[in-house]
Design a protein around this ligand. Structure first.
Ligand SMILES: *[C@@H]1O[C@H](CO)[C@@H](O)[C@H](O)[C@H]1NC(C)=O
Ligand SMILES: *[C@@H]1O[C@H](CO)[C@@H](O)[C@H](O)[C@H]1NC(C)=O
Length: 115
């Protein structure tokens, strides 16, 4: 009987540690390791195209410099990219929210990157 209780206790402990581990991942930002991933390129393309539509500018995506993702109810992408505005290459930071199962994407922010 004592053993039985101990087992239940360790299961409960294990479950609460797992819950904390999952909660830690959920909502935290994680670096994108492969910035050459086609999906990451697609998100960067979407950000630049959408920014051009909204601003009337004509930026051309050159490359993705780095990025991070955050799992929420969907995924937030925070991407630093290089784009050419017709005269020079500049760095921008874009945030895109994606809900793949709903085929939904929204450009949440697009700003010049500070570094
Ligand atoms: C991504 O592609 C560029 C250019 O093709 C290459 O120089 C770079 O090493 C690649 N990076 C990774 C992480 O694969
Ligand atoms: C897209 O993001 C912008 C900026 O956060 C927000 O104002 C807008 O309402 C969003 N669009 C939709 C359809 O949710």
């Amino acid at each position: 009987m004592r053993h039985h209780n101990l087992n239940i206790l360790s299961i409960i402990l294990f479950l609460s540690f797992s819950a904390v581990a999952i909660a830690g991942r959920y909502g935290g930002w994680a670096a994108i390791n492969d910035i050459n991933d086609t999906h990451v390129k697609e998100i960067a393309d979407f950000a630049v195209t959408e920014h051009n539509k909204q601003s009337g500018e004509n930026l051309k995506l050159e490359s993705v410099i780095k990025g991070e993702t955050q799992v929420v109810s969907g995924t937030n992408y925070r991407i630093v990219l290089s784009a050419n505005d017709g005269t020079a290459s500049k760095k921008y930071q874009a945030t895109v929210y994606e809900k793949p199962w709903a085929h939904y994407r929204n450009l949440t922010s697009f700003d010049p990157a500070l570094n």
